[in-house]
Each structure stands twice: as C-alpha cells, then as structure tokens.
Design a protein around this ligand. Structure first.
Ligand code: TUI
Length: 318
C-alpha cells in the first residue's frame, strides 16, 4: 500500500502532506526540509515585505530542487508586492490564508503557479473552484492562528461533497491517526502546522518549541473574537490580558495595538509569556522534536498501519 493521491501528481510530491505556511515560523529552512522529505514545504509570507520573503525563497532554492510553496497572507500590508514577487520568482505553489484570493488568481495561473487557498466555509470553496484554483485546504477551527468557525470533522466532508478538485484537510492533525481520519472524510491530502514547528529544522525560538511540547489538551484559547479575526494561541499572560480587555469592551483598534508584533516576539525572541504563541489544539499531540524526514516517515507509516488495522478489525465475518 502506498500513500498516493491526485495531489501528489498535481504538485510533484511523494506524499500528500503539506506543511502549513506559518508567519515568522515557516522559513526557507523548514520548507526545504519538508520538501526534501517528500512533502510540500511552504514558506510563510505573513506580514513580511517582498525583500524579506525573497531571501527565504532564495534559501529554500539553495537547499532543495524539489517543489515548495509560499503562503500569501491576505491581510498583509505588502500583499501586492508579494504577489509580484511570487510571479517573478516562479514559485511553484501558492497557498493563501485569512481572506478571499479571488482577484490574484488569474495572475498566478498565467505564470503556471498552482493556487491552493485555505477556506473555512463551503461557499468560498465553491466560488474559488469556479475561478480555477487547483485544490483547496479545508481548515477547521482546531488549527492555530487565524481560524474560521467550523471543526475539521464537519467542514472537510462538506467541502469534499461541494467541489471536484482535491481537498486537503487541516486543523487538529498531528499524527497518522489524524491523517487516516482526514482520508476517511474524503480528503486527498493533509496540511500540518503545529507538528512541523517541532521539526529540528524549524528555526523558531527554542522556547516556542518547548511551549508546544508542554501543551496539554486545554492549553490553547481563541482570542480576538470581538475583532472579527479570531486567533488560536497557547494560553499565557498575553492570552489572559487579551481576553480581559475584550471582556471590558476594548475597541478593535486597542486590541490590534495589544496584538501588534507579538507573534514575532514569541517566534523570534522567545517571549512565550507576553508573546503570541500561535498553535493548534494538536499541540497536545506533539511530544518530540525530530528532523522533518523522521516526522514525515512516521506520519506515512503510522497512517498506513492505522488503515491496515482498521481493515483487519472490521473484516471478520460477523
Ligand atoms: O491564515 C491562516 N492562519 C493565520 S494567518 C495569521 S497572521 C494574522 N495574525 C493576526 C490576525 C490575523 C492574521 C496567523 N494565522 N489560516 C488560514 C485560514 N484562512 N483560516 C481561515 C481562513 C479564511 C478566513 C476567511 C479564509 C478565507 C476567508 O474568507 C473570508 C472571505 O472574504 O470570504
């Protein structure tokens, strides 16, 4: 048995496993390591200006000849210049997050770039299929960072039913059991973010990795629901301060000031108390730091084992 789907052909990868393009976390080193291991590594553009992103793309190109992607964060003030850069650099795959990428799709398609938006609702998935995206990532609210309202368990099968293009499941997946479950829901691929933060090649601050290793089942919270931009982070001093201010009626602008720069503080300076430690609920399932190659190998082998065990378990004649 092999873990091979339409997505592998579409993207030129060995395994249908994507690494989430996390802002300030998913650098060229991590993306290259995941691509070298047979998945699709993705650099997170986040709020970075084009020249900063260009340096990450250069690093990834030096470290791997395999395809990798870039995540375009649609709330970034630098979206326009980043779109230009992605077209000029001949990046092979662009994923998008935190908005509707509709107006950029023709420009990417004209360059032969594969476009795979993250969606958190059925209507947007259908609309984007009509305008020609190659696949969609259906991300449930178990995920870290900016999230929608539905869980992976209910979102994925509804999007699978609504579109013909491949669906990639994200949110709450960190091991082979999760991958097998996503495949059972009809997904043809998976995207994991939090699991790959704890890859050895991830250059995020060591404190950030340790915070994820320590996290237990109820250690993430959703902040920013009053701002219209709900964000899942690890419980800490910032999370408490944020929810206190939200409860006392702080304005959107005040909350934006409180949140500004906090992801970089956690990810690069290691301030996991007052910084924004974005992580998914699957943080509780992440207990080891390993090379991307080992993470990928274990994911693939454990997924196949789970599928085999299920077949055996339910094949006895009753
Ligand atoms: O994009 C993410 N996760 C992110 S982006 C990010 S940076 C940030 N920091 C603070 C506030 C806001 C962003 C941190 N984490 N995941 C992909 C994702 N996209 N999840 C949900 C969505 C989404 C939401 C609404 C996609 C489309 C959408 O469409 C709205 C519309 O216009 O129809």
């Amino acid at each position: 048995m092999a873990l091979h789907t339409r997505l592998c052909e579409l993207l030129g990868i060995a395994y249908p496993i994507l690494q989430g393009g996390m802002a300030w976390v998913a650098t060229g080193e991590l993306a290259a390591a995941v691509s070298e291991a047979g998945g699709l590594g993705i650099i997170g553009a986040g709020n970075a200006p084009a020249d900063v992103l260009q340096a990450e793309i250069k690093k990834a190109k030096e470290l791997t000849d395999k395809p990798f992607g870039v995540n375009l964060m649609l709330l970034s003030p630098f979206v326009e210049e980043v779109v230009e850069l992605l077209c000029a650099e001949g990046v092979r795959v662009v994923t998008t997050g935190a908005g509707n990428p509709g107006k950029y799709i023709d420009r990417f398609k004209a360059k032969g770039i594969k476009v795979i938006p993250v969606v958190s609702a059925v209507a947007l998935a259908k609309r984007l299929e009509r305008v020609g995206v190659d696949a969609v990532i259906a991300e449930g609210m178990e995920a870290g960072g900016h999230i929608g309202e539905l869980t992976t368990m209910v979102l994925v099968p509804q999007i699978v039913d609504a579109v013909q293009i491949p669906v990639i499941a994200a949110g709450g997946i960190a091991d082979g059991r999760g991958v097998a479950a996503a495949l059972a829901l009809g997904a043809e691929g998976v995207q994991l973010g939090t699991r790959f933060i704890c890859a050895q090649e991830c250059t995020v601050h060591q404190n950030y990795k340790e915070a994820i290793l320590k996290a237990k089942d109820r250690d993430t919270v959703v902040t920013g629901e009053t701002t219209g931009h709900p964000v899942r982070i690890l419980r800490n001093q910032l999370a408490r301060e944020f929810s206190k201010r939200e409860r006392s009626g702080a304005t959107r602008e005040e909350l934006e000031v409180l949140g500004a720069g906090k992801l970089a503080a956690a990810a690069r300076q290691g301030d996991v108390k007052n910084g924004s430690v974005m992580a998914g609920q699957a943080a509780a399932l992440v207990n080891t730091v390993e090379p991307a190659q080992a993470i990928m190998h274990n994911l693939v082998q454990n997924t196949l084992t789970v599928i085999e065990e299920l077949k055996e378990k339910f094949s006895e004649v009753k």
